[in-house]
Structure formats: C-alpha cells, structure tokens
Design a protein around this ligand. Structure first.
Ligand code: SF4
Ligand code: ZN
Length: 710
C-alpha cells in the first residue's frame, strides 16, 4: 500500500464517520440546531478560513459535507493527497464541533479542547519577539513515559509552545508532569480529532494577524507556511487517519517527524523519519528553520520563557520576598564606568540557606549599570524587564515592580542549590545580553536586611518619584520625535504602530521610552525615528512626517494615519491589541473591552467579535485596537472629544485604569470620579436602553457632547 492509499483511506474513513455523526446529530436535535465553538468570532474557524463560509447550524454543516467531498479527488497525485489531508482536518473540526452542541463542555482538565480567540491574540507578541520560537504538536504515545517527558521538556526549555494529542497526555500525567498554558504545555484532547484545535489556532492567526480573506485558501496556506512556525511530532504506530491528518499538516507547511517504519516515505523537510526520539527536537527545529536564542546563565535550575507563567503555591515555597509587608524594591541606577566592577554580585545579609523555611523576608536588589551609550531614561525600561526575566527561572515567581514586589522561591530550587546570588546572575546575564549596545559594565547588590532596606527603600522612592515627574512632563508636544514599531509585521505584514509619549503601542508592551531604547540598541531594527516637524492638524494628530513613515514602513499599504482620531484615518491594528474600542451609536460614545473579558458589550458583541472587525494592518474607522494605558491619556480619541466619550468598560478594566482616568477627566472636563460614570457589565450588557438610562442618571459628560462627525 502506498502512502497515498493510506491518506485516501484515512480520509474516506473520517469522512464516513463525519457524515454519520452529522446525520445522528440531526436526528437527535433537528437541522435548525446551532453549532459553534465557544469564544470565537469565526464560527467553525478552519472551515471558515478555507472556504469563506460560516457554518452555524446542523443544516449548514450537512451542506458543507458536499463541499468537503469535492476536495477529495483521487488521482494519486501529491496535490490530491494534500487536499484530502485538508478535507480530513475539516471533518475533524465538524466532529469536534458536534461535541459542543447546546453549550456542552466536552473537555475537562487537563485537556483544553477548543482554544479561544483571546488565546490566539495573546500569542501575537511572544511569537513576533521570538519569545515563543515555535509551536510543537505532539501526537500519540512515546515509546516510554520518560521519553515523553524528555521530549516535552526539551521544547519547553526552549520556550516552544507544546500541544499534545492522544496517549502522551496520560504519559505526562503518569509522571506528574505539570501542564497548562501558563507553562506552555497544552494538552488538547485524547481523540485524534482534537488536533484540529491547534490547526484552528494557526488558521485564525492568518485571519487575525495576516488579514487573509476567508476562502482564499491559497494565501491561507502560504501564510501558515511562511509565518506560523509549527511542526508535528507523531509517534508510531500511525493509523491511516493520522497519516491523512499529517498530509493536511504538510499542506499547511508544517513538517511531520515520525518514528514510523511501515509504509513511510520521505519528503525532504516535510515528512521526516527519525527513529531516535531523542533527536526529534533537533530534527524538528532544523526542518522548520527555528533558531533558538540561548543566553548562558550560571544557575542550578532551568531558565526558559516557558516558565514565565509558572505559579508557586504557598506550600511549595522555601521563602517569600514580600513587598506588601516589609521593605523590598528593585532598582536600576546609572553609574560612571569607574564606579562599577563588572559582574560583581554582592549579597549583604543572610543567604537563603541561613533563613528558616517559609519565611517572609525583606530583600532588595540594586543593579548598577555603566556604559558610554547608557541614558538614565533606559533605567525604567530595563527595570520593567526584571519581572519577565526572574519569572523565567524555573521555580521562581515574581510579581509587581519598584517597591511593590513579591518573589517566591520554591523548595525544589532550594534543594537544587539555588541561592539569592543567582537572582543577581540572571539579572546580570540578561541585562548584558539584551542591552548589549548600552551596558558595558553591570553589578548587582542584593540586600537581605530589614533595617538597611528601610533606609534604601526611601532613597529608591526618591528616584522613582523623580522618574514619574519626568514621565508626566513628557507629552507628545514636549518631544521632538516619535517612533515606529513594526515588530508585528512578522504576522501583520502591513501594520505599523506609531508610538508617542502619550500613546503607547497597542499591545501595551512598547512605550515611547521602550521604542527609544530599542532604536538605540538596534538602529536598523523595528523602531525607527519619526520626526514631527510638519504638523498638518494638531487636533487629530496629522503629520506629514507620520504619513511618510507609515507609507514607507507599510510598504505602500497605508497612506495616512492620524494619532488621535477614531474616524479619520485611525491607526491600524495588527491583532495583539490589549483593548478594542468601538462606537456606541445610541449614546454617541465608545465602548471599550479587553481580552480578559469574555462577555458581550452594549454593541451586542464580545471582545472576539469586536476584534474581528479590525486587524491585519487595515484601518476600520469606528473600531480601533489600543493599549490599556492609552485609555487614560488626554490624547485618547482627542479628535472626537477625548476619554469623556467612554460609556462602557468591563469592571475589571475600570479598576485597572481608574486612578489615572479620574485624574485625566478631572483635568479635561472638571468632573470627579469619572470612572464611576462609565457603565460596566453589572449595569448592562447588550441593552443600549439600560445604558442610556444609566448615563442619564449619572450625568455622563458624553450627553453634552456633539454627535460624532462620522
Ligand atoms: Fe506590535 Fe505595535 Fe506592539 Fe510593536 S508596538 S509589538 S508593532 S503591537
Ligand atoms: Zn501585534
């Protein structure tokens, strides 16, 4: 039997099962029964991406089966095999969708099943920065549970997002191996059809970030091939269904690595036989051209971005640095070269092994930096990285910043010989590595002494408040240049963010100072200087220089962008925005929602649905992605009247922005406690009448504003 026969055989088998399953469902629920996955704006995302048609009922699903059948041509050509692979994937999606009928929750921990749009959007920034260098799809059972653990761990240590299907899930459970999206190991499900949930992520990435038109199958596959760094590891024995799914993976550009010996044939870079499972990591990375950045750090435990979201529970904790009760802080200070001894790590006070287990302690670390190109403005940029760096240490959890930090170090780390000094080693190595161009020398002083820290903290707070004054004085008017950020072009080829002091990048991760530092570190990199000499209209933020920059860096896709308008040439959105705002026509205000909020807004749309209105680097007047911090900026939709237009936000988001937003509204409109005048899900969800009633009852400023000039 040839491999072609196996693909066709597997495809036929799955198709038969799907037809039967759809017929059964119709018999049980009737043709009008709705079908959908939860928390997505793309219906059945794979079918929608490939064909451009949204399947929403069983009747439509039944009709769609004929479309799938038409892909299943049988002439033993490579093309037919690939299309049969795609057809198999679409059938798998239908089978999985049927599991969710009537709002059922077919998956339980540790399995995820369907993955939400918000999750896909969360992947945007880490994928473009290379923080997540690839996506592994592991199928079946490893020869032994130990080998399963080894393989998963090898990818995890490289920051690769690992998804699991089938027996490997039980193998990890047997070894008590921690899984979950916070450690980048995501069990999808035990049936082979659950592999569709990761395919669905890849295809939605193309729709969300790539602005691929649903139904444009050619460009869809080109996009996944060129831009989604996924690959498949399939353990033997492969049945025909898996072989057919594999053909689908290859059609999307994802190489398949297997230890199968029966009927294998090899396609260079696409279908690779590797009998030695311990070599799968290296073979896969090579096949998919994935390069791993390595920073050698001298510590006794692992260091990888996959551990960033790891949670350390109280019971597992050896010691806790508790900034909420005792004096703790983290600080970067610029020094002269002769004041810093490079790589000097000093611990003043007891080391971790001199402290009773379970203690809550006072600890501070001051990082002194010297360099010809160092500027005090970069201190805060570096300091903000500490959070992610320290979290990358396996067994260490860091939250907060400045003098409100909390660090937990777990018992396993302690037993492995982890010391406070190693925190210094990590900060030193990462700072030297990521800020190479500005840091010539670096030293770290860790103080574990409550008395001393009390004094030091007071001094650190003086530094912080000086910095805050500087930030406050930094407005769009007070600086002489803005910056581009085009990092997201890896996924959104024509998207350009213009970053100004009062408008950070829409991902929330790139402030004007960050962009400035990035430009300094890599003058030909993603952040380029945009002069601001030729202002056309200050109110909407229209500059000839900005237009020139977006035109150049979007490769001609964009001609005009304003900085402060929601209607006139608004800034484009890639897909990884923290928040999205949209016009609410009854109040002539705007609603804002964020990724964390799953419910609907008064527009009758959820975050996913609003987000699907824009993205991929296109302009959609009336909808705009933006960062959380931008909400309290005086420049937020300034052209349309400013943040006083905001009529609805999720409660959680209100609480995050309240302090600054209240201050801004007081200054702009003279109102107190403005955030309380904004409705949230406890006031109303999708009923504009309730919204209007509420706005009237609190005297919301939008009621006295002019209607939008749309
Ligand atoms: Fe992407 Fe814009 Fe953030 Fe840069 S600033 S990473 S382009 S969203
Ligand atoms: Zn982005």
């Amino acid at each position: 039997m040839t491999l072609f026969d196996r693909v066709f055989g597997g495809n036929d088998a799955v198709y038969g099962l799907t037809v039967a399953a759809v017929d059964n469902a119709i018999a049980q629920y009737g043709e009008a029964q709705a079908v959908s996955f939860p928390e997505t704006a793309y219906a059945l995302p794979c079918y929608y991406a490939v064909t451009g048609v949204k399947v929403t009922t069983l009747a439509e699903m039944k009709a769609a089966l004929d479309v799938i059948k038409s892909l299943m041509t049988r002439e033993n050509r490579l093309h037919d095999a690939f299309m049969s692979g795609v057809a198999t994937a679409l059938c798998a999606e239908f089978i999985e969708a049927l599991k969710y009928i009537g709002g059922a929750t077919p998956y339980e921990a540790p399995c995820y099943g369907h993955i939400s749009d918000a999750f896909v959007r969360n992947l945007g920034v880490p994928l473009v920065t290379g923080d997540i260098p690839g996506v592994a799809v592991i199928l079946g059972s490893a020869p032994t549970a130990d080998e399963a653990v080894e393989l998963v761990k090898s990818y995890q240590a490289q920051g690769i997002l690992v998804t699991l299907v089938g027996g490997v899930i039980d193998q990890l459970a047997e070894k008590n191996y921690k899984t979950g999206d916070n450690v980048r190991v995501v069990p999808l499900g035990k049936d082979v059809t659950s592999v569709i949930h990761v395919v669905s992520v890849a295809l939605r990435a193309a729709l969300i970030f790539g602005n691929i038109v649903p139904g444009d199958a050619g460009n869809l596959m080109k996009y996944t091939m060129e831009r989604v760094p996924a690959f498949v590891n399939a353990f033997k024995p492969l049945d025909d269904v898996i072989v057919a799914c594999g053909a689908g993976a290859i059609a999307l550009g994802f190489p398949v690595i297997s230890n199968e010996t029966e009927n294998m044939f090899k396609v260079p870079k696409s279908l690779i036989q590797q009998l030695d499972v311990s070599k799968w990591n290296a073979t896969s990375l090579e096949a998919r051209d994935i390069k791993i950045k390595i920073t050698k750090i001298d510590i006794p435990v692992s260091f990888a971005s996959a551990f960033e979201g790891e949670i350390i529970r109280r019971g597992d904790m050896q010691v806790e640095v508790d900034g909420s009760r005792v004096d703790c802080f983290e600080l970067v200070q610029t020094k002269e070269a002769n004041e810093v001894e490079d790589h000097k790590i000093t611990v003043i006070g007891p080391e971790i092994d001199e402290i009773p287990v379970g203690s809550k302690i006072s600890l501070s670390y001051t990082v002194e930096v010297a360099g010809k190109n160092m500027q005090p403005d970069f201190e805060s940029v570096m300091e903000r990285k500490f959070h992610s760096w320290l979290n990358c240490i396996e067994g260490v959890m860091h939250t907060g910043q400045r003098d409100m930090i909390r660090i937990r170090i777990n018992k396993a780390d302690f037993e492995a010989g982890f010391k406070f000094r190693h925190l210094g080693e990590v900060l030193y190595a990462k700072l030297k590595n990521e800020f190479e161009a500005v840091v010539d020398k670096c030293a770290v002083t860790i103080v574990v002494d409550a008395e001393k820290n009390k004094e030091l903290r007071a001094k650190a707070n003086e530094v912080f408040s000086k910095r805050d004054d500087r930030l406050k004085s930094m407005t769009d008017e007070s600086v002489d240049k803005y910056y581009t950020c085009i990092l997201c072009q890896a996924f959104s080829p024509s998207h350009v963010c213009i970053v100004t002091p009062e408008r950070l990048g829409l991902c929330g991760a790139v402030s004007w100072l960050d962009a400035k530092a990035t430009n300094e570190l890599d003058p030909t990199g993603p952040c380029q200087i945009v002069p601001k000499d030729r202002c056309i209209d200050e109110n909407v933020g229209r500059f000839e220089d900005v237009d020139e920059a977006v035109n150049k860096y979007s490769h001609g896709a964009l001609e005009h962008v304003t900085l402060y308008s929601l209607f006139q040439d608004p800034m484009t959105s890639c897909g990884c925005f923290e928040c999205i705002c949209g016009v609410e026509p009854c109040s002539m205000g705007v609603v804002i929602t964020c990724r964390e909020h799953a419910g609907v807004t008064p527009l009758g749309m959820s975050f996913s649905e609003m987000a699907s209105m824009t993205g991929g680097g296109v302009q959609t007047p009336g909808f705009m992605g933006h960062g959380k911090q931008f909400i309290s900026s005086k420049k937020f939709i300034k052209a349309e009247g400013g943040p006083g237009r905001i009529v609805w936000m999720p409660k959680e988001l209100k609480d995050q922005v309240r302090e600054r937003l209240d201050a801004t509204a007081k200054e702009l409109y003279g109102v107190d406690n403005f955030t309380d005048m904004i409705a949230d899900e406890t006031v109303c969800t999708d009923d504009p009448e309730q919204l209007m009633e509420f706005l009237g009852s609190v005297g919301h400023p939008v009621l006295s504003m002019e209607p939008f000039d749309m």
